[in-house]
Design a protein around this ligand. Structure first.
Ligand code: ATP
Length: 231
C-alpha cells in the first residue's frame, strides 16, 4: 500500500532524513518509534505533502505521490492526525468531525461510526473543542481524519500529554479502526504502546531507520540500542 524508498529531507543545510525505506502493507498497523528529533514527524509530513518531496520515491496504492500537493494526496486516501490535535476549538465536536468529511471518499466511516468508536463523544457532540479533555480532543482529531475514509491513517504522537489510562482508551480504538479495513501508521514515543499495537515497528535514530521488525522478533536490548544508541 505504501512504499517509500531512500527518502531524504532537509531544513536548509540541515539534513533531517537520510534515505529512509519503509513499507506498509494493506491491513497492517505499523509503528515508528524513536526519541525527540529522530525525524519521525518530518517523515510523516513529507508523506502527506506538507513538506516538499518532489523527485523522491513515495508510492501509495501503486501511484507515485511524491511532489503532489497535500490536498491531492489526502484525496487519494492518506489522512493524518497531526501532533497536538489542531482542533478548531470554537467549533463543536460534530462540526470538527464534519470538516474532516470534506473530500470524503467512499468507505465505512461516517458520524455514527465515529461515535460508535468513541462513545465518550456522543454527549459532547454540541460542545466546543475548548470544553473537552485532552483525551476527548484526541478522539475528535482521530475521528476527523477518519471521516474522509482514508485507506491509510497516519497518527503523529497520539499519546502525547495524556494520562496512562486515557492513552489505553485511545489505543483501544486502533484494532477497531483496523477492523474497518483502514491501515494505520503511528508515530509513537511510548515504546510499550507501539509494541502492543503494531504488526511491525521501525525505529528511527538521527534520521535513519536503526531497527525494523515484528514486536516478537525484537529484544529489549535491540530496541534500547536502536532507540538511544546504547545497548
Ligand atoms: P519529536 O518527537 O520531538 O517531534 P521527531 O522524531 O518527530 O521529534 P522531527 O520533528 O522530525 O523529529 O525533527 C527532526 C530533526 O529536524 C530535528 O533535529 C529537528 O530539530 C529538525 N527540525 C524539525 N523541524 C524543523 C524546522 N522547521 N526547521 C529546522 N529544523 C527542524
Amino acid at each position: 500500500m505504501l512504499e517509500v524508498s531512500g527518502l531524504t529531507a532537509h531544513y536548509g543545510d540541515f539534513q533531517a532524513l537520510f534515505g529512509v525505506d519503509m513499507q506498509v502493507e494493506e491491513g497492517e498497523t505499523v509503528a515508528i518509534i524513536g526519541s525527540n528529533g529522530a525525524g519521525k514527524s518530518t517523515f510523516l509530513r513529507t508523506l502527506t505533502g506538507l513538506r516538499p518531496s518532489k523527485g523522491q520515491e513515495i508510492r501509495f496504492c501503486g501511484q507515485q505521490i511524491a511532489g503532489l500537493p497535500a490536498d491531492q494526496i489526502h484525496k487519494l486516501g492518506l489522512a493524518m492526525v497531526p501532533e497536538g490535535r489542531r482542533l478548531f476549538r470554537s467549533l463543536s465536536v460534530e462540526e470538527n468531525l464534519l470538516i474532516g468529511a470534506a473530500g470524503k471518499r467512499k468507505g465505512p466511516w461516517d458520524l455514527k461510526k465515529i461515535y460508535d468508536l468513541f462513545p465518550d463523544l456522543v454527549a459532547k457532540r454540541n460542545n466546543p473543542g475548548t470544553a473537552l479533555s485532552g483525551g476527548q480532543q484526541q478522539m475528535v482529531a482521530i475521528g476527523r481524519a477518519l471521516m474522509s475514509n482514508p485507506s491509510l491513517l497516519l497518527c503523529d504522537e497520539i499519546s502525547l500529554g495524556l494520562a496512562p489510562k486515557v492513552i489505553m482508551d485511545i489505543y483501544e480504538a486502533v484494532p477497531m479502526i483496523r477492523a474497518q479495513g483502514t491501515s494505520i501508521l503511528v508515530v509513537e514515543q511510548d515504546v510499550s504502546q507501539a509494541l502492543a499495537v503494531a504488526d511491525r515497528i521501525y525505529c528511527f535514530m538521527e534520521g535513519r531507520v536503526s531497527l525494523t521488525g515484528t514486536p516478537d522478533s525484537l529484544s529489549k536490548e535491540q530496541i534500547a540500542n536502536a532507540y538511544f544508541g546504547i545497548g
